[in-house]
Design a binder for this molecule. Sequence first.
Ligand SMILES: Nc1ncnc2c1ncn2[C@@H]1O[C@H](COP(=O)(O)OP(=O)(O)OP(=O)(O)O)[C@@H](O)[C@H]1O
Length: 253
Amino acid sequence: MSARSLSVGGLHLAAEGHLLVQGVSFTLRRGRVLGLVGTSGSGKSLTTLALLDLLPPGVRQVAGMVALDNAPVERAALRGRTVGLVQQAPRGGFNPLVTIGRHFLETLACEGVRGAAARDRMQDLLRDVGFGEPGAITRLYPSQLSGGMLQRVMLALALCRDPDFLLADEPTTDLDLIVQAQLLDLLERLVVRRGLGLLLVTHDFSVIARLADQVVVMDAGRVIEQQPVHGIFEDPAHPRTQALLSAHLALYA
Ligand SMILES: Nc1ncnc2c1ncn2[C@@H]1O[C@H](COP(=O)(O)OP(=O)(O)OP(=O)(O)O)[C@@H](O)[C@H]1O
């Protein structure tokens, strides 16, 4: 049965004796978007990776737990089937010597889906992320696709196992504004249509304003504020959130 919520509680991460993330807790709900925002180095990516036990070498979890519907779970077992992951800079996430179709077929084979069933599923997934003619895309190599197209392919690959939750770490960084807007529209459609619970990691308050329901603000490894999106913009409580918002408005308002 599908889980309704994915929580992280009391997460502490350390490297070389220093705490990098301290006491981070939040809950992601199906059909909702949780924005995780903060300056560069505030601990957003490490927190996201810790949810799936994918921390880089040298960084270890010293406390904390991950739970589905409040029941603690083995994090590695969540990968793919329960929780999908999309990261920034999609070109680095592909094998340049292998076609897009091969990427799908290998991922689906891990699920035991092969042959015509795998090809049908691949076409459906590519249509779901907005490719009108999926057959043309599957024959191409990663270098033949734009950054925005690759990000959509990455998204489709993350959806191969029909996860309940999606972690998207800076999914629109490095994309031009039009492609960014298209990708955010697509993510919103997936949340509504599939009932995905989306963790949207970003340093960009415009992205938060566009998509998030609930917002967690991190600074120097800690959660400094957590509230519904309108509260973050209309009545930010923490001075650091206020400073981040002012900096954003000075640049973009
Ligand atoms: N492999 C690592 N070993 C040691 N320290 C690390 C490692 N990866 C990240 N850090 C440190 O952990 C802290 C949090 O990093 P993290 O990448 O989670 O930040 P972030 O908020 O995602 O930043 P950005 O928006 O730039 O991606 C930073 O101080 C960073 O230097």
